[in-house]
Structure formats: C-alpha cells, structure tokens
Design a protein. Structure first.
Length: 271
C-alpha cells in the first residue's frame, strides 16, 4: 500500500500519536511519511490546544493526555493540504485541466477529434471542472462536517476524478463526520468514495493483528482516556483480555459500518 495517499484528520492524528501508534500504523500499511497528508492548519490548532493545556484551561479528560509535543512535531513536518477555499478551487481546477488536456493530446495522436468532437470535449471539461467546487461548497454547508473534513473529502474526490483506480484514503476519528457524509445525497460523491475511509477502531484492530494484543494493549491502557471507545474496549486496563477486547472492538466497527453504508473500508472482514 506504499503507493497510496492517506489523508488524516486532526482527531485521528492526535490519537494515534498519543497512543504511540502513529509509526506502527504507517509501518503496518507499508507506507512512508511522504504518503501521509494532513491539513496545513493542524499545527496552529494543536499549538492553541497545547497552550490551553499548559494553562489548565482544558476541561475534557481526553484532551489532558494528548502528547501535543509529538503531535505538533508531525503537524509541522508531514505533507500538507492547504486549508484555503480559493487555493482548493484553483488546485482542483488545475488538476482536472491537466488531466483532460493530457487525455485530449492522447486522443489527438490516436484518433484526432473533428470540430463537433472538440466542442463536446470542451463542454465535458467545463462540466467536470465545476463538480469538485460544487461538492466542496455543499460539504461546507453540511452540519457536522467541518472545514477540514470538507477539504479532505474534496481533495480525495478530485484525485479519484482524475484517476479512479488511485488509492486515496481518509483516516478519521470523527464519527459525526462519517454519519453526516453518509446521509448526503450527492451521487457523484457516493460513486467515488465507497470503502475509502478507515476509522480509529479499524487501525487499532490492524495494529493488534500486526504487533500482538498485549503489545498494543500496554500502549493504549495508560492513555485510554483519549478516546471513549478505547475506554470501553480496554476498560479492565492491564487485565483486559484479547477475547473481550476484540469482541467489543469488532462490535463498534460493525455498528459504524451499518450507520455509514459503504464508506468504511471492508477491513477486518476483508484485508
């Protein structure tokens, strides 16, 4: 899976880092840090949260265990997607123009288009240029989908528009985003995104399968307050058993799958 692009939202980045599973997750996917993309505003968000934590202004228990130093370090060094509406639209437009221009030149060399064919090609180009911007605008207006999640979704969507076979995936820890996206009626988006999402529970499941239950349990237990599901999965702390924990983990994955249609990757049902 080293030829994939993995787009991470802020929530899953901070949790994987805090659980000491970021490097392990990337390694289990046979990926490199160059394959991991985040939103360019993430570092600013985490710096603000770190400052609040230092001043004792954070009330949520889950935020008090976050390893902000490591999170910020990664947020500053990983490849970044610009969180700017105009830049996004410009990037989308240029990407699609480049794709269709290459296609046009190839067709001209293979079977030159006549005048009416060129007109149809231009109409098709204009139509597809508008689609990603329309998708992005609609996502921005959807409740429970924030600007960063709209950006990640549109970024992956436009990549798949240019090359449907490319492996572009989104890792997210925000289940409200999942459910909001699943409820949208945007046919072109629904056709592009089946099985393009991984949730935190799936990544934990994969890590256990790769490194062993006890190894992952011992990493998670001291900081399990960072995530409500993990508190339930490893509720017995160091005494948590593999059988009970995996049953609970699988249950959460399947509940999310039922609530979000075909968005979730088939793992662990199919690797």
């Amino acid at each position: 899976m080293s030829d994939c692009i993995y787009c991470l939202d802020n929530d899953i980045l901070k949790k994987l880092v805090t659980l000491s599973l970021f490097d392990e997750t990337i390694s289990s996917l046979d990926a490199k840090s160059d394959n991991i993309y985040i939103i360019n505003t993430a570092k600013y968000v985490f710096r603000r949260h770190q400052d609040k934590a230092r001043r004792g202004k954070i009330r949520a228990k889950e935020d008090k265990v976050i390893n902000y130093e490591r999170v910020i370090q990664l947020a500053e060094s990983l490849p970044q997607i610009k969180n700017d509406v105009n830049s996004i639209r410009k990037f989308i437009d240029l990407s699609l123009i480049s794709f269709y221009w290459k296609w046009y030149l190839k067709m001209q060399n293979y079977q030159p288009l006549k005048d009416e064919g060129i007109c149809l090609w231009l109409i098709s180009l204009a139509y597809y240029l508008m689609l990603p911007s329309r998708v992005f605008d609609e996502l921005l207006q959807t409740e429970d989908i924030d600007d960063g999640e709209a950006l990640l979704t549109t970024y992956v969507y436009q990549i798949l528009q240019a090359d449907p076979s490319f492996q572009a995936l989104i890792f997210t820890g925000d289940k409200r985003y999942f459910r909001a996206l699943a409820s949208l009626s945007i046919p072109i988006l629904q056709a592009s995104l089946p099985h393009r999402f991984w949730c935190l529970e799936q990544l934990i499941h994969r890590a256990i399968g790769t490194y062993g239950f006890e190894t992952i349990r011992d990493k998670i237990v001291p900081v399990r307050e960072c995530d409500m599901v993990l508190k339930a999965v490893f509720g017995s702390g160091p005494l948590a058993t593999e059988n009970n924990s995996m049953q609970t983990l699988n249950s959460y994955i399947e509940d999310l799958r039922k609530a979000t249609g075909n968005l979730l990757a088939p793992y662990p049902n199919q690797d």
